[in-house]
Design a protein around this ligand. Structure first.
Ligand SMILES: [Zn+2]
Length: 298
């Protein structure tokens, strides 16, 4: 029969993954032991659940759920409510030498910032959280465990439903990459798009895939400063300006752009020497900007 981990890997979307995590946390007994009979062979009138293709379809009267087993019905109902939350969330897959403290106790993260968590064994964990919680969560993890926590934490967004590659496929691909490094320190791998996992080499070549955890935290801190010091329209103007290829043109517009900024913003951009940044580094800054809070006080 399917384990909790099997169910998670069958998720078609981020909303299904989150719904499954919550079902597992609420009542894994129902999930893992209640459905003991396999579904009947497929026929026009009955048979196996159309989602998991293993368990029998749930009997009427639940008219909407005629094609699904009891657990898939629960997941589908949960996912229907969780779409908006899932779209703002990230998925974290950790392969580490020891589970983070909260998961070691087997209680999951007793933390309202964590939307759902699962640890299939003593070295792996899956989390979902609102993307704006990434920085405070990671900072606390690094501060609490220090150099004792080693391994790889992969961070990626959720997928919607209906794509060719489902959330479970993305998760499985992340798992297949988990042991790519020696377990000598804590590293972070960051994807801004779930499908980058399928073609991670190009992101790796751009130098914006793998980081030591403290380095990645520093980048998140920079993104937070950037987001708080530059107004939204200034951020967008800067992005366009940094993409200008012609040196003379860039110099002309840079001078005009500085005229818009307050002194603090000018000092920041000058101190960072952002005009000399490779375009990949600029791209990463803007990706991380969307993962930090405006005017945060965390
Ligand atoms: Zn099913």
């Amino acid at each position: 029969m399917l384990t909790g981990f099997d169910w998670l890997r069958r998720s078609q979307s981020g909303a299904e993954l989150l719904a499954t995590l919550r079902c597992l946390e609420d009542d894994s007994g129902l999930l893992l032991t209640d459905e003991t009979q396999l579904g009947a062979p497929h026929s026009a009138l009955g048979g196996t659940c159309r989602r998991c293709w293993i368990y029998p379809r749930r009997p009427p009267p639940a008219e909407d759920d005629l094609f699904y087993c009891r657990f898939c019905t629960l997941i589908r109902a949960g996912a229907a409510r969780l779409g908006p939350l899932s779209r703002k969330s990230i998925v974290i897959w950790g392969f580490v030498n020891q589970l983070p403290r909260q998961l070691q106790r087997g209680t999951g993260f007793q933390d309202s910032r964590i939307l759902g968590s699962f640890a299939p064994d003593d070295n792996r964990f899956l989390l979902m959280m609102h993307r704006l919680q990434l920085k405070p969560w990671l900072r606390e993890l690094v501060i609490y465990h220090g150099p004792d926590l080693k391994g790889l934490i992969q961070i990626f967004p959720t997928t919607g439903s209906g794509g060719e590659t489902g959330m479970g496929d993305v998760l499985c691909r992340a798992i297949s990459h988990e042991a790519g490094f020696a377990m000598d320190r804590l590293r972070v791998r960051f994807y801004s798009d779930p499908y980058q996992i399928m073609r991670m080499r190009s992101r790796d070549l751009e130098g914006i895939l793998n980081f030591d955890a403290p380095e990645f935290l520093n980048l998140l801190e920079m993104a937070a400063v950037f987001r708080n010091i530059l107004r939204q329209e200034e951020q967008e103007m800067l992005y366009e300006l940094l993409a200008v290829q012609d040196v003379g043109e860039e110099q002309f517009y840079w001078g005009r752009f500085l005229g818009y900024l307050n002194q603090e913003a000018k000092d920041m951009l000058n101190a960072w020497r952002i005009r000399q940044w490779p375009k990949e580094q600029v791209k990463l800054l803007y990706e991380l900007r969307d993962h930090v809070v405006f005017s945060e006080s965390d």
